[in-house]
Design a protein around this ligand. Sequence first.
Ligand code: GYE
Length: 421
Amino acid sequence: MQNIGLVKIGTILCLETNLFAPILLLQKFHDVTLGLEKNKGQQLGLVRRRKEINLMKKRLLAGMFATLMAASMVACGSDGGSTGGAAPADGGEATEAEGGDAAASGDVITVGFAQVGHESDWRTASTKSVQDAFSAANGYDLQFVDCDNDSKAQIDAVRQFVQNDVDYIVIDPIVSTGWDTVLTECEDAGIPVIVIDRTIEDSDKYVSWVGSEFMNEGLASGAWLKAYAEAKGIDDLNVLVIEGSNGSSAQIGRTDGFKKYADEEGWTILDSQDGNFTQEGGQQVMESYCKSYAGKFNVVVCQNDNEAFGAMDAMKAAGVSYGVDGDVILISFDACKAGLEYVQSGDINADFMCYPLQGSYCADIIKALQNGETVAKETFMTEPWYVAEDILPSITYTNNAGEEVTEDLIVVTDAASQASY
Ligand code: GYE
């Protein structure tokens, strides 16, 4: 496990010689830690893992550059040697050394992946990450279904995977409920299910989940807005929210986290409508908001970058100014490359990253299962928060695990935006 970690770290350092590298590295340390935890069994609590991640963060920040240099020297050598210089997937995720096991033994592993759809930059990166990790060269036969945001089509896709008798099923659940029956069918067929990204709330019949703590993303956005408004002397906040696809755990967590602050601080949420995580949806909702709430709002929260792109077009057309020099504070989530470029230009004030490259985490889980190891029930991505202005160094808030955390705010530079997905 540690070896795999080193190969990965090396890959990252060789490919990502910029500010994004420490973030990815942090995730990989996180992954390696969890990998070691996996052997200890599933009963380890969520809180404990979170604490370990925080500890790891501190350790990393303290000795980051020394560690980076040392790991880089060891790992760049081992990576080059083991892969023959082939470019790994996911900007440094899956390596041939990892996937080679299955290919070398001649046992092709069949994986069915029921993907949400193709609604956003985040989704495009997620699809590529999984396709790269489960490539034929890595010893996999990937059956990929784009469910086009249709929950029924997604359940049908999973049933088809059962019919096809695949070895593993990977699901990114469009909505968080309605899963127990079909997951029972997978269980009865003896096919392990791995869930990525969004969560399933009404069934625990899956082996492992890898994804983001959406509630923390929402809480962080609220904590940032509170601190930012105080710093700028703005005391009357009138907010319009463009939500992500209703019923998805990403929408639920980001909505609830932000709302907690809105309620506590007495902000007015004028409206909160579904923009379906798309640019078109964001634009349509914002066009109607600009008519209904003309002159009445000073904050717009878009639950992903693509919605923010559409909302900016709508505000521009309606003559509403936004961003650092505008009348409206614009908040977004995902922090994809284009999103961060808009933070850099000052159009988006703050962008809360959601990390989509989960393919290699998923492949690690399957490899562990192949080896008869116990895997962690939950693995969380570590995600940074980006801002346009150098006003606040950090935010402090109580996260979803009840811990008070202080997290850095990163002012976007060229290196950061270009390193994003
Ligand atoms: O934020 C959005 C995508 O589930 C976290 O889905 C994901 C969300 C992501 O369409 O861009």
